[in-house]
Design a protein around this ligand. Sequence first.
Ligand SMILES: NC(=O)c1ccc[n+]([C@@H]2O[C@H](COP(=O)([O-])OP(=O)(O)OC[C@H]3O[C@@H](n4cnc5c(N)ncnc54)[C@H](OP(=O)(O)O)[C@@H]3O)[C@@H](O)[C@H]2O)c1
Length: 304
Amino acid sequence: MNAHRRSALRALGGLAALLALNPATAQMPNLIKRAIPSSGEELPVIGLGTWQVFDAGNDPAARAPLKEVLRVFFAAGGRLLDSSPMYGSSESVVGDLCSELNACEPLFMATKVWTRGREEGIREMETSFRRMKVKQMDLMQVHNLLDVATHTRTLLDWKAQGRVRHIGITHYTASAHAEVEKTLKAAPYDFLQINYSLGEREAEKRLLPLARERKVAVIANRPFAEGALFRRVRGKPLPGWAKELGIESWAQYFLKWILGHPALTAAIPGTGKAEHMADNLAAGRGSLPDEQQRRRMAAYFDSL
Ligand SMILES: NC(=O)c1ccc[n+]([C@@H]2O[C@H](COP(=O)([O-])OP(=O)(O)OC[C@H]3O[C@@H](n4cnc5c(N)ncnc54)[C@H](OP(=O)(O)O)[C@@H]3O)[C@@H](O)[C@H]2O)c1
């Protein structure tokens, strides 16, 4: 092994180094990327959600496994990290660990504004910049449409000034999709973040076609329906034909099904475990199912 490779492996450290030493993973293909329609910038299709799992406070023991998650994520070329001031200490944990790992530069940092009122929104977003240690936010989203008209005015100004690069809205439940649809038509958002998975398919009726029509990037949140999908398939085998689609686990089955939809830009599974991160990243390599394959995958899941 040459000196350059040795020092690169030292820099990776921990589980990521183990992955790099494994000849099977050393030659791993890059993650599939999709273009953000409004900017043309390409994003890897697998991101990382930080709700609950990254709310580790200042406890070094609670932060250590999260650092491994991020090492694995960065080693694979992951970029999109999604947080919110609603997620306790997550924004700070993300900011601190990214800076410890010296990996902040090529990242795509996404967070949210989750409060009422213009001044309060500005104060909260400025706190997010400090916590995540960025001067410019790659994506600022209005969380669950809370006071969306007020924050959208601020965000359009901030985008014009270059303080944020993209703006978006988020929600997590089908009961809000009608309101999301109305909002999406009201302003030039770059991103929609919405619940979409084999367990929650409602977005494909109106929101995903609308996003395509308006050239809005889509991030799927709750890709495992907050873990419920794993409980649903516990003890059930993958179908024999899953291997032909490059699928080795249920997580990859769920994620590839989501990402096969042409409106999708990325999915952001949440995990606090490095081995789950590696599993999820594998769904972003190789090929993605076409419409017919997705129908077969959904039918098999529904039959369980
Ligand atoms: N309104 C909003 O804006 C909104 C709402 C909801 C979510 N979100 C965003 O979307 C992200 C994802 O949603 P979510 O975290 O609620 O749910 P999720 O990603 O659907 O599911 C997370 C659960 O799946 C487990 N998991 C992850 N990878 C796994 C794997 N390979 N094998 C087995 N289990 C696995 C995790 O446990 P382990 O830790 O054990 O892996 C965790 O319990 C959030 O973190 C957040 O960033 C946004």
